[in-house]
Design a protein around this ligand. Structure first.
Ligand code: SF4
Length: 329
């Protein structure tokens, strides 16, 4: 594993306009992603966690340039692809970052045979490849993800959920990307199938040196696969740290609340920390709270938290938090 930075975002923000009325006038904006700084090293996995509505998926779609950021930088090998207009995001940039979604069935065309689904990206991105070369490559990626190349003649509905996710991963691999963005990629699978797909992600990383942005609401999945973890709330970074530091030495009240919600099997001599129930629902992202965005639900909130937004501050190697009153280390 190397320390070489492959992907970085600096102050990345993504707003969506809120439109109303007959003439669809813009009356506000949803601040889906706010000033996110993150770093992904080559061959490493950055796990991104947070509740539904925390901005994880919007962050992923912005990084991969399915969306044009409102502000900030997306540095891929040092090149800022965040400021390029969509027409300048060329195929070579698109090929380097591929996405695997939660529901493999809806992301695979039900009317196409698997072979065609896997061949299509090659027709677009590798127009000089002949059909024999494409067939060889498609067969290779099917084998890489643990599927018999003969299955390429079948349709998506003829596969199980786990197999369909293998096909979605194979499609992402055909272009030999550097980065895979997995957006809740194992969330819809049974636990035993989840373990197999996580094992496949690990094998591919070891063999190909792939880097992953691994988005999940499931902390145990993120703990298993990540080297670094980033916790998001209402579009903002609350805490980020190397995996073991985050899971054993988190300092942010929101991370504490997420951790306390993970079900644990009681063990003799081990005290299970009490569950911290978050007050109220997630605030409206079109109208986020002043000061610390978490203050309306934080059990430790004080006057300062309601007025002043805490800056993201480094408190240890690779460990940063946005909180005026961090938990005891
Ligand atoms: Fe809680 Fe205040 Fe820290 Fe925000 S800044 S997480 S409200 S203690």
């Amino acid at each position: 594993m190397s320390n070489q930075v492959l992907l970085e975002t600096r102050g990345l923000s993504m707003d969506f306009p809120v439109k109303k009325g007959l003439f669809q006038r813009t009356v506000g904006k949803v601040r889906a992603v706010q000033e996110v700084d993150l770093t992904l090293g080559r061959g490493q996995t950055l796990g991104i966690v947070g509740e539904s509505g925390s901005g994880k998926s919007t962050l992923a779609r912005t990084i991969i340039r399915l969306l044009t950021p409102t502000s900030g930088q997306i540095l891929l090998d040092g090149q800022d692809i965040g400021s390029l207009p969509p027409s300048r995001i060329d195929l070579s940039i698109r090929a380097r970052m591929q996405m695997v979604f939660q529901d493999p069935y809806s992301s695979l065309n039900p009317r196409q045979r698997i072979y065609k689904i896997l061949e299509e990206p090659l027709e677009v991105h590798q127009p000089f490849m002949n059909s024999g070369q494409r067939r060889t490559l498609v067969n290779e990626v099917l084998q890489t993800v643990g599927l018999d190349p003969d299955l390429g003649r079948r349709f998506p509905h003829q596969f199980s959920g786990g197999q369909r996710q293998r096909i979605a991963i194979a499609r992402a691999l055909t272009l030999n990307p550097d980065i895979l963005i997995a957006d809740e990629a194992v969330s819809s699978l049974d636990v035993s199938i989840q373990a197999q797909i996580l094992g496949l992600f690990e094998k591919l990383q070891a063999e190909r040196g792939l880097s992953y942005l691994f988005i999940s609401h499931d902390l145990s999945v993120v703990r298993h696969i990540s080297t670094q973890v980033l916790v998001m709330y209402l579009g903002r970074v609350m805490e980020t740290a190397p995996r073991d530091t985050l899971f054993t030495g988190y300092r942010h009240p929101y991370t504490q609340a997420l951790m306390s919600a993970v079900p644990r099997v009681p063990k003799e001599g081990v005290t299970v920390p009490p569950r911290i129930l978050l007050k109220d629902d997630l605030p409206d992202p079109a109208n986020p709270p002043e000061g610390c965005v978490f203050h309306t639900r934080c059990v430790y909130a004080q006057e300062l938290c309601r007025k002043v937004r805490p800056k993201v501050t480094e408190i240890g190697p690779g460990h940063k938090i946005a909180c005026h009153f961090p938990l005891e280390g």
